[in-house]
Design a protein. Structure first.
Length: 296
């Protein structure tokens, strides 16, 4: 967050007398080099830690889910397809683990970035901040509508993937019967149809996501254009320096990126709700009827 302000000071420093400007440039570059080194170490630690935590969460979630499945009564397995259960251990568990680690960290980082960016733009120019924030209401509204749409589509996509997995598991398990009946082509076509249904839903998710991301990109670019237009007028009138406008423009981009990341995190949470409901539906289910040798 210090880089835009330092860049603005560098832009102003090059307009100073040679000796004074050189001293200012040397001090700024030395300070920024130290900050970049600290940021690199912090990034390495953050990336490694998040990856390890994510894998631990995924391992624990898969283990607990599999144990909960084994605890269920026999009638549960008669009513629930094996492909659906396998999908909960694979795709659903991966989605929930990613949401609980990567997406939470991304959301927290977006909150900090947005708050810092907002404070910086308000400090540099309160009036120009209104221009930078003008696109926030449409982005927030779009995120809400997009999240509701993607949540339902994602739930249907997970169900479709589970159905395709079930078709494959059944046919592979009975491959001798399939081969004896000479039905390889029929079963291949059946699996292709199941995967095709999943592809159709995934394609709809991609189209909706593309429309939303395009709208967010347009709003962010429009905000930056407005900042440059209004800020340029303030520079001409003497209300801001060129360096201050440069710093403000970069902070407004940072603020817009943080708000967009928050919206993206929200939609990711809504997308993972379907997978979470399926996982915790198994974890919270108490077996009915005969008991398992596994304790609850």
């Amino acid at each position: 967050m210090a880089f835009p302000l330092a860049l603005g000071r560098i832009v102003d420093a090059v307009q100073l007398p040679a000796a004074q400007g050189a001293a200012e440039l040397h001090a700024l570059t030395a300070g920024m080099a130290a900050l970049f080194g600290i940021a690199a170490v912090a990034t390495a630690v953050r990336t490694s830690t998040l990856t390890i935590v994510g894998e631990r969460v995924s391992r624990r979630l898969r283990t607990d889910t599999f144990t909960a499945i084994l605890r269920q009564e026999t009638a549960f397995f008669d009513a629930t397809q094996s492909g659906e259960l396998v999908n909960r251990l694979s795709a659903d568990a991966a989605s929930v683990a990613s949401t609980l680690t990567d997406n939470v960290a991304r959301a927290l980082r977006a909150v900090v970035t947005s708050a810092a960016g907002l404070g910086c733009v308000l400090y540099l120019s309160p009036s120009l901040s209104l221009v930078a924030l003008a696109t926030f209401p449409p982005i927030a509204g779009g995120a809400y509508v997009f999240g509701r749409s993607v949540r339902e589509l994602s739930r249907r996509l997970l169900d479709s993937l589970a159905a395709a997995t079930q078709v494959a598991a059944e046919r592979i398990g009975a491959v001798r019967a399939v081969r004896a009946a000479g039905a390889e082509g029929v079963e291949a076509a059946r699996y292709a149809a199941a995967v095709g249904a999943s592809y159709a839903l995934a394609r709809r998710v991609a189209l909706v996501s593309g429309a939303y991301n395009g709208g967010v990109s347009f709003a962010a670019q429009a905000s930056l254009l407005g900042v440059l237009a209004v800020g340029g007028g303030q520079v001409l009138s003497g209300g801001m320096t060129v360096g201050e406008l440069s710093a403000f423009a970069m902070y407004s981009v940072t603020l817009g990126g943080g708000l967009s990341a928050l919206a993206t995190s929200y939609t990711a949470f809504t997308r993972a709700q379907g997978a979470g409901a399926r996982i915790f539906g198994v974890l919270d289910r108490e077996p009915r009827g005969e008991s398992s040798t596994l304790s609850a």
